[in-house]
Design a protein around this ligand. Structure first.
Ligand code: S3P
Length: 424
């Protein structure tokens, strides 16, 4: 069945995390409309409240009151436990923020998060003088907060989470700063854009971002843009399902997030974009219409960060394109909620896709006629589960997808939205 219509995805997850967590370093209060209702952002809110932050539901949004570093007194045990649930972004950004806070904090996560690497944030923070420890590189992360000093750090991985953690720690440096982070490839710029929007001192020179210590000031109101990474499932779905035409409204259109739209366009889908506002980041609508003429494309390593969460659904689109699609250097996918390279290969492979991992590259040969197995397994990876749902939609098949309850990690309303777009 084709996907047709206009829809508004939930609030952007990356921006929502930062609105909540940056409030720990900010004064004032702010009414946020459109904060993501997903489980991951609920984890950031839970930690924010456990640290003494106030976030109150109101009729037209959630009122967030800045903590302005009024860190809580330590309880009897002398430490504060913070449950980050499944959210890697919560854990990594919070580690940066708490590096400069007095007290002892233990950051834990669920079984999936407990397998993910945390040294990538611990290492630069130690260079700043922070006392951060992991258990063999993984959670729990223990922070014996105190003082940190500014650092000039070159990121080893193209990771917006690590960049954000170091910049947020730099905001509490006990010297005049700046803390400078140089990226290997441009990643989503939400931390620096929001620090600037909340009147922090930040400077961006190409891949080099500098931040100076200080307290932020929340804006009175903030309208969270919708999540392009959630929109991507339906937009990519429209590219492969005949007669489809889907418009995602009010989505974030920052270049660091829209690599998937550029790739769909290069593949030959009909893509159109309209910008409606630009502060603090570009927002607008994107439409994808089925063209019936997708072709394979080559995606360069430096493009990957701008579509890091969309590779699974783009790989699905590539199974319906004529010829070979190569995603170059996608090894970061090995350390997402699952080893996404393997999950993509096995699960799209189970649907008949000709797909392989060559070194750190993902290679898809299209087009594929789907074959339908008895079940699929998302490995409880939300982005895989939504990709597989879209594949079944394209294949006009209904089979169980194990672990699809994980979809609420980023998009609780996904199934309802799918039904509504199918009704047209
Ligand atoms: C995110 C950055 C990306 C992305 C994740 C959210 C963020 O992770 O995969 O879903 O909000 O900063 P990395 O920075 O580790 O690549």
């Amino acid at each position: 069945m084709p996907l047709r219509g206009r829809f508004t995805p939930p609030g952007d997850k990356s921006v929502s995390h930062r609105l909540v967590l940056l409030a720990l370093l900010a004064k004032g209060d702010m009414l946020v409309r459109g904060l993501s209702d997903c489980d991951d952002v609920a984890s950031s809110l839970r930690c924010f409240r456990a640290l003494g932050g106030k976030a109150a539901e109101e009729q037209d949004g959630i009122r967030i009151t800045g903590l302005a570093r009024a860190w809580p007194a330590m309880p009897g045990s002398g430490e504060i436990d913070l449950d980050c649930g499944n959210s890697g972004t919560t854990m990594r950004l919070l580690t940066g923020i708490l590096a400069g806070a007095p007290g002892r904090y233990v950051l834990t996560g669920d079984a999936q998060l407990s397998r993910r690497p945390m040294e990538r944030v611990a290492e630069p923070l130690r260079l700043m003088g922070a006392r951060v420890s992991t258990v063999a590189g993984k959670p729990p992360v223990t922070i014996e907060g105190g003082t940190v000093s500014s650092v000039d750090y070159h990121l080893k991985d193209a990771s917006a989470q690590v960049k954000g953690a170091v910049l947020m720690a730099g905001m509490s440096a006990n010297d005049a700063g700046p803390t400078i982070v140089t990226e290997r490839a441009a990643t989503r710029a939400h931390t620096e854009r929001l620090v600037d929007f909340f009147k922090g001192r930040v400077q961006v020179d190409g891949l080099r971002i500098s931040v100076w210590p200080g307290t932020l000031e929340l804006s009175e109101r903030f309208l969270a843009p919708s999540d392009p990474s959630s929109a991507a499932f339906f937009l990519a779905g429209a590219a492969i399902i005949p007669d489809s035409r889907v418009t995602a409204e009010n989505i974030l259109l920052s270049p660091g997030r829209t690599g998937f739209l550029r790739v769909l366009d290069r593949m030959g889908a009909n893509v159109s974009i309209t910008l409606t506002s630009d502060t603090p980041e570009p927002v607008g609508e994107a439409t994808v219409e089925f063209s019936g003429a997708l072709k394979g494309v080559e995606i360069a390593p430096e493009e990957i960060p701008s579509m890091i969460d969309e590779v699974p659904v783009l790989a699905l689109a590539a199974t319906q394109a004529q010829g070979r699609t190569v995603f170059r250097k996608v090894d970061e996918l090995r350390i997402k909620e699952t080893d996404r390279l393997m999950s993509i290969r096995h699960q799209l492979g189970a649907l008949g896709a000709r797909i392989k991992v060559e070194g750190d590259d993902l290679v898809v040969e299209g087009p594929t006629s789907f074959i339908i197995p008895a079940t699929l397994d998302s490995g409880s990876d939300h982005r895989l589960a939504m990709t597989l749902s879209m594949a079944l939609q394209a294949a006009k098949a209904k089979i169980p997808i194990t672990g699809s309850e994980s979809i609420s990690i980023s998009y609780p309303g996904f199934h309802a939205q799918l039904e509504s777009l199918c009704r047209g």
